[in-house]
Design a protein around this ligand. Sequence first.
Ligand code: ADP
Ligand code: MG
Length: 140
Amino acid sequence: MEMFTQSPQQTQALGEKIGLDLKKGKIKQRTLCFFGDLGVGKTTFIQGLAKGWGIKRRITSPTFVFVKKYSPGFNHVDLYRIEKEEEAEGLGLEEMFADSQAVTMIEWAEKIKKLLPKERIDFYFDYISDKKRKITINYY
Ligand code: ADP
Ligand code: MG
């Protein structure tokens, strides 16, 4: 599925809708993977997702800590600073993937392609212009 958004607000709204579907159990996958360059809108989308899921706090980019955990059951992983797949070991990713109570969002998922669980949804972000983004969603 392919979609275009014309503003950060639209991207957040799309994320919020998916977050609500996750919460309601309409989406079974627990791991959501985000692909695309810096500044394409991955974190913006995840902010909306968190809202839909029921997180009251504002989600910020975890770039410097790799993983941020929010209650209830929302893991935000950002692998931007990882150079090799091995560096992702020790982050507790497997435990997160196995936790049926939580949802896990992974930015820069392309960096750990081999470690990603089969049951997941992939979101590919493309920059079209200043305010326009293309979001491609692949259900597994
Ligand atoms: P990433 O996490 O992919 O690095 P961010 O979400 O942190 O990206 O940043 C996206 C930037 O692009 C923000 O400054 C946001 O305001 C801007 N932006 C402009 N148009 C859009 C859009 N349609 N969707 C998402 N972000 C957009
Ligand atoms: Mg980001």
